[in-house]
Design a protein around this ligand. Structure first.
Ligand SMILES: *[C@@H]1O[C@H](CO)[C@@H](O)[C@H](O)[C@H]1NC(C)=O
Ligand SMILES: *[C@@H]1O[C@H](CO)[C@@H](O)[C@H](O)[C@H]1NC(C)=O
Length: 368
């Protein structure tokens, strides 16, 4: 078996194990269990809990429920099913199992059950064979890449090879300057494909990349109809080259954003959801059947007349765990070249990822 196959198999096995443990937790809640004791073995409990890097050991040797493998923290909490409200001390335990933290025992159990249902649905979907074999290769070295510092935010920006000026504007913009500070929690990377057959353009790109060290070039022809390839390669590159970034933030190369406000909005969402896509959503977007339109989609490619709810690709953010889910979904679903509709509208619901928005998560498109 190829290593990737082995990894997939292992992931599936792990997922199944996680779910069976979660099932145990619930059964145990509903059955004889009256208290849920969570003991963890480390001194620095407060910090660990906040970073949610814990291994929970359940009472009665139900088993280890591993949220972030390899880290342990200290916490003991108990939950009495007869009391209506979850004691505040126990709340922090459960915040690792449930987003948002339910206020009562009954709600917590309902929440865990719905999580199990979602996980089962996702696992059965992810057990389906891969239908899209993307094979991306990347050129150009990223200086100051994700290996030296683990950024909180990996800022990925799809860009066309000829957009030299836009990239320069981004570098000089607030987000560019912010990302280039040595103490910054943000890494900025542009993604371009290959110029169609223009060696001069390629030479300029190579020089630009050498000078700035912030360009990843992917091995497909950079034409508008290939934006899905670019979007999927950005998911893939994030997972393979910057997996420790906490969040991926995607912006177009021509939009204006207030990076600090946007990052705060992402952090707020993370308090409520383990996986999510933060963006501006649209719910009744008609499929364009006008063949001269830039957004034309044939009935063969997508046969309904209205797109499912999706979030616009101009500004999107998700945790790294969500990137993984979205990438796995993209491998298994019939593609649609409109990348934002495909990833946020078609892939996301199949892997239980909700679309969320926030008033501070906004962008301006100067050209529209
Ligand atoms: C690429 O080459 C083809 C054929 O020589 C030509 O028609 C096309 O305009 C070229 N494209 C670019 C971007 O130079
Ligand atoms: C189709 O799109 C073109 C280009 O955007 C536009 O000029 C034309 O009016 C559209 N036709 C219809 C029927 O909407």
């Amino acid at each position: 078996m190829a290593p990737s196959k082995v990894r997939r198999l292992l992931t599936t096995v792990m997922c199944v194990m996680c779910v069976s443990l979660l099932v145990n937790v619930v059964l145990w809640f509903k059955g004889q269990g009256r208290t849920m004791a969570v003991s963890v073995m480390d001194e620095d409990d407060e910090t660990r809990l906040r970073s949610k890097e814990v291994v929970l050991k359940l009472a009665d040797d139900v088993g280890l429920f591993s949220i972030r493998p390899g880290k342990e923290a200290l916490l003991t909490c108990s939950l009495d099913q007869d009391t209506k409200d979850i004691p505040s001390k126990a709340l922090s335990c459960f915040s690792m199992l449930a987003y948002p933290v339910p206020r009562t025992t009954q709600l917590l159990i309902a929440h865990l059950e719905s999580q199990i249902a979602t996980k089962n649905y996702v696992i059965s979907f992810l057990s389906q064979p891969i239908r899209n074999r993307f094979s991306f290769t990347y050129t150009n070295v990223i200086q100051n890449g994700c290996w030296e510092r683990n950024p909180e935010v990996l800022l990925v920006i799809p860009s066309a090879p000829e957009n030299f000026e836009r990239r320069e504007l981004v570098r000089k913009s607030e987000r560019g300057v912010y990302a280039s500070r040595p103490d910054s929690n943000v890494n900025l990377v542009f993604f371009v494909g290959r110029p169609e057959n223009n060696t001069l353009l390629q030479q300029r790109l190579t020089i630009e990349s050498y000078v700035h060290g912030d360009i990843v070039q992917v091995n497909f022809v950079d034409v508008y109809r290939n934006i899905l390839l670019k979007a999927v390669s950005m998911l893939h590159w994030s997972l393979t080259h910057c997996p420790k970034a906490r969040y991926v933030l995607r912006t177009d190369d021509d939009v204006l954003v207030d990076i600090q406000k946007v990052v705060q909005a992402i952090r707020r969402k993370r308090e409520l959801h383990e996986n999510f896509i933060l963006g501006k959503t649209d719910v009744k977007f008609n499929v364009v059947r006008n063949k001269s339109s830039k957004y034309y989609v044939s009935p063969k490619e997508f046969d309904q007349e209205v797109y499912p709810p999706f979030a616009f690709g101009g500004l999107l953010a998700y945790p790294m765990s969500t990137v993984s889910l979205l990438y796995q979904a993209a491998l298994r679903l019939k593609t649609l070249w409109l990348d934002d509709v495909f990833i946020t509208g078609i892939c996301a619901p199949r892997v239980g990822v909700p679309l969320v928005d926030d008033p501070d998560f906004e962008f301006e498109h100067p050209e529209e």
